[in-house]
Design a protein around this ligand. Structure first.
Ligand code: CA
Length: 234
């Protein structure tokens, strides 16, 4: 878990950029720096960054335009906008076209670093990149991102469909799921389809996660209705 968080800095004033890079790297971030909007957009379409620190006044297309284009492409990366202009109107414009936060130059470095950390904390990056999303039940643990699980019966790798079905059970813990609903949600099939596939999947899940698959505690059959996942059986 020592992978560094990648940030993109878009700033054309060299001495400002150098200062920011120095301080961000001191904080342990991995910083990529470009000095114009075109390069920023091209990099952002190729690589994953956790956050963009975006100067408003740039040669060529400006920060507002970069921001607008990203949001038009449905890119939800957090954006911290930097600008020398500090009027209320600029602030509102920046935020209304999709910047997540805003700092007016000259700013306090400490405040800058706090804003960066705050945006990262609020974004998905940390959930996706740093803190694994784990779901525990009994002695089982499922990593919702990597689809790896440690189970009563050892470590396994879950398939796409197994994962889909598990997520449905997890979302509806303790509630009865009808066969029709599972077929529709997991396989996209009409609820009236007759298929043994579904039952075979449940058998497989029990083999993975139940200490006694013949007497399931977690993945229970509800006669005549469907299945029910119990997260904490007694
Ligand atoms: Ca500038």
């Amino acid at each position: 878990m020592t992978e560094k968080i990648p940030l993109l800095l878009v700033e054309d004033e060299r001495h400002i950029a150098q200062g920011l890079i120095f301080n961000l790297e001191e904080e342990g971030y991995q910083v990529t720096h470009v000095d114009n909007g075109e390069e920023a957009l091209s990099l952002l379409s190729q690589r994953a960054f956790a956050l963009v620190i975006l100067d408003l006044m740039l040669p060529g297309i400006d920060g507002l335009e970069v921001c607008e284009q990203l949001r038009d492409q449905a890119n939800q990366i957090p954006i911290l906008m930097l600008t020398a202009r500090g009027t209320e109107q600029d602030r509102i414009t920046g935020l209304s076209i999709g910047a997540d936060d805003y700092l007016t130059k000259p700013f306090n470095l400490k405040e800058f670093l706090l804003r960066v950390a705050g945006l990262l904390r609020r974004s998905n990056w940390q959930q996706k990149g740093l803190q694994p999303r784990l779901y525990n039940f009994g002695t089982n643990c499922v990593d919702l991102d990597t689809h790896q699980a440690t189970t009563a019966n050892g470590a396994i790798s879950l398939t796409e469909l197994e994962m889909k079905m598990l997520l449905l059970f997890f979302e509806r813990e303790n509630k009865v799921l009808s066969r029709g609903e599972i077929l529709k949600q997991v396989w996209g099939m009409s609820p009236n389809t007759e298929t043994r596939t579904l039952d075979n999947f449940v058998v497989r899940l029990r083999k993975y996660f139940e200490s006694n698959p013949a007497k399931p505690e977690y993945f229970r059959t509800v006669r005549g209705r469907g299945y029910r996942f119990i997260r904490n059986p007694d």
